[in-house]
Design a protein around this ligand. Sequence first.
Ligand code: SAH
Ligand code: SF4
Ligand code: F3S
Length: 461
Amino acid sequence: MTQTSKPAGKRLFVKSYGCQMNVYDAERMADALAPEGFAGTADVADADVVVLNTCHIREKAAEKVYSELGRLRVLKGERAARGLETTIVVAGCVAQAEGAEIQRRMPAVDLVVGPQNYHRLPALLERSRNGPVVDTEFPLEDKFDHLPAPSREAMRARGVSAFVTVQEGCDKFCAFCVVPYTRGAEVSRPVARVLADVERLAGAGIREITLIGQNVNAYHGEGPGGGDWTLARLMSRVAEVPGIARIRYTTSHPLDMDDALIALHRDLPQAMPYLHLPVQSGSDAILKAMNRKHDAASYLTIVEKVRAARPDIALSSDFIVGFPGETDADFEATMALVEAVGFAAAFSFKYSQRPGTPAADARDQVPEPVKAERLARLQERLEQQRQAFNAASLGKVMPVLIEREGRHPGQLVGKSPYLQGVHFDATGTGLRIGDIADVEIVALSTNSMTGRLVGSRASAA
Ligand code: SAH
Ligand code: SF4
Ligand code: F3S
């Protein structure tokens, strides 16, 4: 069979696990392969190239990859019987952490590629035709510089809300976390590059931008005239791009929550009243052992300041229970912090020992049943807080960014400023996807809210 450098009509399937950075990277992989003649498919059995974009954050996430690979090996065999080639690619943080070990465990894998090398995907796929390939280097060049821009249609097909990576990697080295090893050192993209992405997205009709980074509020990208810009300055500039009605950012670290960023929640209409600020624990002893470099009181002070700037702001967080050495009293301190803040949403996890991280070797690991019991208690309380937050939305009028059509004729579905899903009847109004409508919340269900249209605005948030 003759091989051309630009095969036509190939199908790509990407499955992402883990954080928003992986969701964003999956789009960039599709962009990198589009000029090579690859189109996306939602049916894995139809794919010539299957990419698992993996997450290494907890043991369960990492192990999932191997069960998925087992299924893909079978699929590859079935397709081969029909004369079809299938290339299996493992990307993301498991690829970075385990490298060639993945192919030793699963020889059906053709290519292992770490998060910093997606711009090389076309060449790597080509090389993998001659045998297994592993690329987990941290190259000097910026992967984003080398990725082709997506078409207008591709951008819009992904919706009216888009992620833009502004910062990648982490220098914080929390004692439990693999990210500094899988994503490398903290790097901020230059302002001009971020703006070029945002302008292109806005030109395609995207209305909401979420600036993402493992430590997004540590952003310090090079400004157009030299000198570094903070996240606050970057957000103010992004807000000037015509068409951008909403700006979000995630994930922030308490240490980098500076006053300028807090003030933006008061002063910048496009800054959404929502802050995801992981705390992990409410115990100072555990926070210290975690190497978080903040204590419970300083977290509460930030919350106070943020609420003073923007009283209607919603807060969300991440928690770990059962970190080595966590006593009942430490856990009660976490429950007390939850009580003191009142979260609109949260993610909480049992501590998972990750190879290569300092806490993995600690001798005072917490027994599994204790972790399970603490997690259940914490999650129950966080769920009550989430429901209370949603219940307080009843009767309020909120601007809803319309994202898609609903299941019923005339129905539209969108998001409130607090990321709540809202559906409402818009029959005969001419409202379209990408518009912002004022909607009164009239009913609640577990995961969505029913609204009644009271007005519409095309550009304000
Ligand atoms: N950069 C972000 C998010 C990192 S990963 C931050 O600093 O907050 C997302 C979440 O996964 C973390 O906030 C933490 O709650 C959780 N996590 C990370 N490592 C973990 C581990 N070893 N076990 C359990 N949860 C973990
Ligand atoms: Fe992991 Fe801590 Fe860095 Fe977040 S700040 S990515 S939890 S090391
Ligand atoms: Fe997972 Fe890597 Fe994100 S470990 S959470 S995919 S940075």
